[in-house]
Design a protein around this ligand. Structure first.
Ligand SMILES: Cc1ncc(COP(=O)(O)O)c(C=O)c1O
Length: 335
């Protein structure tokens, strides 16, 4: 079986229409003298959409195959992954349990409010952010806590971070590769926010498998995980292995800019991110979110302005969604 046949034969549920649009950003391109496009992965799927829809198509098909009706996942208070899991599970008639390791906020706003609308069970366990642990160790710990509190269930790691979820971004890489070729672009840099890193890992694997002229670039928005590039490389390698393809990635192969564009910390809007959010809204009428895409977009603008990217290549911003979080931050954060 080729890797494409293996990918196409892996079961997935249908949550959205594909491919997502690949649109030019004409006013911003003219201002920055660079060809800039946006891939609209902020739109697909139930519950306001976002990048996790692609991962959930595979993960929830696996839950169904295993006969599980109860799904557990976790994330930060404004986790879009948690909200999309709740929405997709509602559509499929499954029960969702969402774990947060912060105190229960006085008011449930933004994604937390939407989770309630989708009927998800919310568990607040104020252990703190657990900073300094690896992604894998955090997932193992939460898995144990969830077994103790919820019993039998299907467990989805933070951000849908495993090889099965990563297949969603191998399919996205195929779409982006075809989309850029259809536009006649010879080379392109594809910029994405990296939270759990699964989107970047899937893109690295997919673009390598397609032998694509598109190169991925991840912008860390969290400073969350010890050994983050190592985790991403391991996941990209595992995705390829699961597709019977012989690609191995090391931490040094991971195109990730760590720390530079995070601002103060994960989950807190940064001044550069907020400026980028306003710029895209006012130039193109497109909304970013303050936690992920605004910081990544701000990083992308800085890299274009400093001529680090976009010199002899087009630039594509992968819009991964998250706009529900706009409603969870104070109005003055938007200037
Ligand atoms: C809006 C948004 N963008 C980007 C990401 C990052 O995706 P990943 O966790 O696959 O790195 C997330 C989730 O973490 C997200 O919710």
């Amino acid at each position: 079986m080729t890797w494409q046949e293996r990918l196409n034969s892996t079961r997935r549920v249908h949550l959205a229409e594909w491919p997502t649009p690949l649109e030019p950003l004409p006013r911003l391109s003219a201002e920055l003298s660079c060809q800039i496009f946006i891939k609209r992965d902020d739109q697909p799927g139930p519950g306001m959409g976002g990048n996790k829809t692609r991962k959930l198509e595979y993960l929830l098909a696996d839950a169904q195959r295993r006969g599980q009706r109860k799904v557990v996942t976790f994330g930060g208070l404004q986790s879009n992954h948690a909200r999309l899991t709740a929405a997709a599970c509602a559509r499929l008639g499954m029960e969702t349990h969402l774990f947060y390791f912060d105190p229960r906020p006085a008011r449930l706003v933004g994604n937390l409010l939407l989770n309630r609308l989708f009927g998800a069970h919310l568990h607040f366990i104020p252990l703190g952010g657990g900073g300094g642990m690896s992604l894998e160790a955090t997932i193992r710990l939460v898995r144990l806590i969830a077994w103790a509190l919820v019993g039998e269930h299907y467990f989805i790691p933070v951000g849908g971070h495993n090889w099965l979820g990563g297949l969603g971004y191998v399919r996205a890489a195929q779409e982006i590769d075809q989309g850029t070729r259809a536009l006649g672009l010879e080379k392109a840099c594809l910029v994405t926010a990296a939270g759990s890193g699964g989107t970047l890992a899937g893109l690295m694997a997919g673009l390598a498998l397609c032998n694509s002229p598109v190169r991925p670039l991840g912008i860390d928005v969290g400073k969350l995980w010890k050994g983050f590039p190592t985790s991403i490389a391991a996941l990209a390698s595992e995705i390829c292995a699961q597709l019977n393809a012989d690609y191995r990635f090391s931490a040094a192969d991971v195109p990730l800019i760590e720390r530079q564009y995070v601002g103060q910390q994960y989950g807190t809007p940064s001044p550069a991110g907020q400026a980028a959010l306003l710029k895209l809204a006012r130039h193109e009428g497109i909304l970013l979110d303050p936690v992920y895409t605004a910081k990544a977009f701000g990083g992308m603008l800085d890299l274009i302005q400093r001529k680090v990217i976009g010199q002899d290549e087009a630039v594509i911003f992968l819009h991964t969604g998250g706009q529900a979080a706009l409603f969870a931050f104070e109005r003055q954060a938007y200037g």
